[in-house]
Write a protein that binds this ligand. Structure first.
Ligand SMILES: Nc1nc2c(ncn2[C@@H]2O[C@H](COP(=O)(O)OP(=O)(O)OP(=O)(O)O)[C@@H](O)[C@H]2O)c(=O)[nH]1
Length: 486
C-alpha cells in the first residue's frame, strides 16, 4: 500500500544520511524530495503547499539536536506533520450507545459501500455486538439481493422489505426492528449514483433528518484519486459527515486522496478498505498510519489484528493444551488454517517496520495448495502419531510420506514446523504486543515461511535446486532488510 510514496520519502531521507549537521542547504535538498514524493503520490497541490510550508518552517528553524542525525530530525518533523494531515488525534472508535446505534453509509455507485457495510458488520460482531444491515438502496434492482449475500457471508441479518419504494420508511422500520430485537447497531446501506446529483443528496438529507443516524460515513474509492476528495467535499457540504471510509487501498492507489481528504474537507478518515474480502477493513489511526508511511511499521495495529483475526478462544485452548503438554498435530493444523489465510500474512507483515519488500514477495503464494500438502501428511498419520509426533521414527516417516505422496524429508520438515508453531503459540498466548512481536520475530527470521509465502520447506529436502533467481532474490531481500535495520 502506497509503496511509491514510501519509497519517495525514504529516498528524501537518504539524502541526509551520513551528513553530520543539519544545514539549510542539505535540508532544502531533502525537503524538495519530500515535496516531489507527495506530488507524485497525487496529493492535491494546495495540500502539498501547506504541508511543505509547515515542515520547512519547523525544519529550518529547528535547533540542531546533538543527539539526532539530520535524517532523524527530518523524519520526526515529517512524521508530526503527516499525523496532523491525516487527522491528528481522530480515532475510529464507533462509541456505541446503550440503545441502538445507527450508522448511515453513503457513497457513489461502485465505491464499495455495500461491501464495506458487510465488513463493518463483521468488525462489530467481532467486538461481541449485534449488527443489522438495512437494505435502503431501492434504486438499483440487484442491490437488496447483493446486501443479503454480503450479510450471509458475515453472518449478519439483513432487514429488507420486498417491493418497498420508500427508503426512509425502510430505514425507520429497520431501526424499530433493531430496538425490538436487542440489536446494537443498524447499518443503513443507502443508494448510490454514478455521479453526485440533487436527487441522491435530497434522499440522503431526508434519511438524515427523519432517521437521525448517529453517524454518517461516506465510502469513497481510493483508486479514483482527487475525484474521491471532490466527492467527499460535495457529500460533506450536504450531510455534515462524521467520517470517510476509503476503499481499495490494496490496489495501485498512490495515496494522494488519503493524504488530501482531511485537509480539503475537514472530515477525517475512519476506516480503510484493504481487500475485497470481508476481513479487509482496517480502523484508521493517523499516528499509526504516518508511522507506516515512513517505514517505521505499526506494531500496535498488528497486535490488534492478531487479536481480532485469530480465534482467541482457540488460542486460549491451545495455550492450555501446551501447558499440559498436549499440543498435537491436529491442533497444529487448526492453527495453520488460521494463520495462513490468504492475505492475512501479507497484511500483518505490511505492518512490520521495513517489511514492505517481503509483503510484495508474499503475493501469489499458493496457500491452499500448501494447506492441502500439509493436511495430506497429517491425514496419513495414526491418531497416536498426531498426538505425539516423537513416535515418528524412520519407518513411520517412510509410511506417512508414501501415503501422502511426499518425500520423507518433507515429513521431517512438517514436524520441525510443528515444533516452531508450538513455541510460536506460546509467544502468542503469552499475549500483548510482546507475543505478537515474538511471532513476527519468527516470521522475520524465516522460521515459518519461505520467501514465496509458502510454509517453509527446504528446497534441498525436496530434491529441487535453488535457481539462480531464487539466490539473487534472497540476497536482495537480505541486503534490503539489513539496510533498513541500520
Ligand atoms: N480491492 C478492493 N475491492 C473492493 C474494496 N471494497 C470494495 N471492493 C470491490 O468494489 C466493487 C464494488 O463494491 P460494492 O460494494 O458493490 O460497491 P457499492 O458502492 O455498494 O456499489 P453500488 O451498490 O452499485 O452502489 C466490488 O467488486 C467489491 O468487491 C476494497 O477495499 N478493495
Amino acid at each position: 500500500m502506497l509503496e511509491s510514496l514510501q519509497d519517495g520519502l525514504q529516498s528524501a531521507f537518504r539524502t541526509l544520511r551520513g551528513q553530520g549537521r543539519l544545514t539549510e542547504s542539505n535540508m532544502r535538498d531533502g525537503l524538495k524530495l519530500v515535496e516531489n514524493a507527495l506530488l507524485e503520490a497525487d496529493v492535491s497541490y494546495d495540500v502539498v503547499k501547506a504541508f511543505m510550508q509547515e515542515v520547512s518552517e519547523k525544519a529550518v528553524g529547528q535547533d540542531v539536536l546533538k543527539s539526532l542525525k539530520p535524517e532523524q530530525q527530518l523524519v520526526g518533523i515529517v512524521n508530526e506533520a503527516l499525523i496532523e494531515l491525516l487527522g491528528g488525534d481522530s480515532d475510529p472508535t464507533l462509541h456505541l450507545k446503550q440503545d441502538v446505534t445507527v450508522l448511515m453509509m453513503c457513497g457513489l455507485q461502485g465505491a464499495g459501500k455495500t461491501t464495506t457495510c458487510g465488513k463493518l458488520a463483521r468488525l462489530i460482531s467481532k467486538e461481541g455486538k449485534k449488527a443489522l444491515l438495512c437494505a435502503a438502496d431501492l434504486q438499483r434492482p440487484a442491490a437488496v439481493q447483493q446486501l443479503h449475500i454480503v450479510g450471509k457471508s458475515v453472518d449478519t441479518p439483513v432487514y429488507s422489505e420486498q417491493g418497498a419504494t420508500d427508503p426512509i420508511a425502510v430505514c425507520q422500520n429497520a431501526v424499530k426492528h433493531a430496538k425490538d430485537n436487542g440489536i446494537d447497531v443498524v447499518i443503513l446501506d443507502t443508494a448510490g449514483r454514478l455521479a453526485i446529483d440533487e436527487e441522491l443528496m435530497q434522499q440522503l438529507k431526508t434519511i438524515d433528518l427523519k432517521v437521525q443516524p448517529d453517524k454518517a460515513f461516506l465510502v469513497v474509492d481510493g483508486m479514483t484519486g482527487q475525484d474521491a476528495v471532490n466527492s467527499a467535499k460535495a457529500f460533506n457540504d450536504a450531510l455534515d459527515l462524521d467520517g470517510v471510509i476509503m476503499t481499495k487501498l490494496d490496489g495501485d492507489a498512490r495515496g494522494g486522496a488519503l493524504l488530501s481528504v482531511k485537509h480539503v474537507t475537514g472530515v477525517p478518515i475512519k476506516f480503510i478498505g484493504t481487500s475485497e474480502h470481508m476481513d479487509g477493513l482496517d480502523p484508521f489511526h493517523p499516528d499509526r498510519f504516518a508511522s507506516r508511511i515512513l517505514g517505521m511499521g505499526d506494531i500496535q495495529s498488528m497486535f490488534e489484528m492478531a487479536q481480532r483475526e485469530f480465534d482467541q478462544e482457540q488460542v486460549q485452548k491451545t495455550q492450555e493444551r501446551l501447558q499440559k503438554g498436549q499440543f498435537t498435530l491436529d491442533d497444529f493444523r487448526k492453527q495453520l488454517n488460521q494463520i495462513a489465510r490468504p492475505g492475512l500474512m501479507q497484511k500483518m507483515l505490511g505492518l512490520m517496520p521495513g517489511m514492505g519488500e517481503m509483503t510484495k514477495m508474499l503475493q501469489g503464494g499458493d496457500h491452499e495448495k500448501e494447506m492441502r500438502r500439509l493436511g495430506g501428511m497429517i491425514d496419513s498419520m495414526t491418531p497416536a502419531e498426531r498426538s505425539d509426533p516423537k513416535l515418528i521414527d524412520n519407518s513411520r516417516r517412510q509410511r506417512i510420506a508414501k501415503g501422502s505422496g511426499v518425500s520423507p524429508q518433507e515429513v521431517n520438515e512438517l514436524i520441525k514446523q510443528f515444533d516452531s508453531m508450538a513455541s510460536l503459540m506460546k509467544g502468542m498466548a503469552g499475549g500483548g504486543v510482546g507475543g505478537a512481536m515474538d511471532m513476527m520475530r519468527k516470521l522475520r527470521s524465516g522460521e515459518l515461511m519461505d520467501p514465496t509465502g509458502k510454509m517453509k520447506k527446504s528446497k534441498q529436502s525436496t530434491g529441487k535446486r535453488m535457481t539462480a533467481k531464487d539466490v539473487q532474490n534472497q540476497k536482495k531481500l537480505k541486503k534490503k532488510l539489513k539496510k533498513r535495520r541500520r
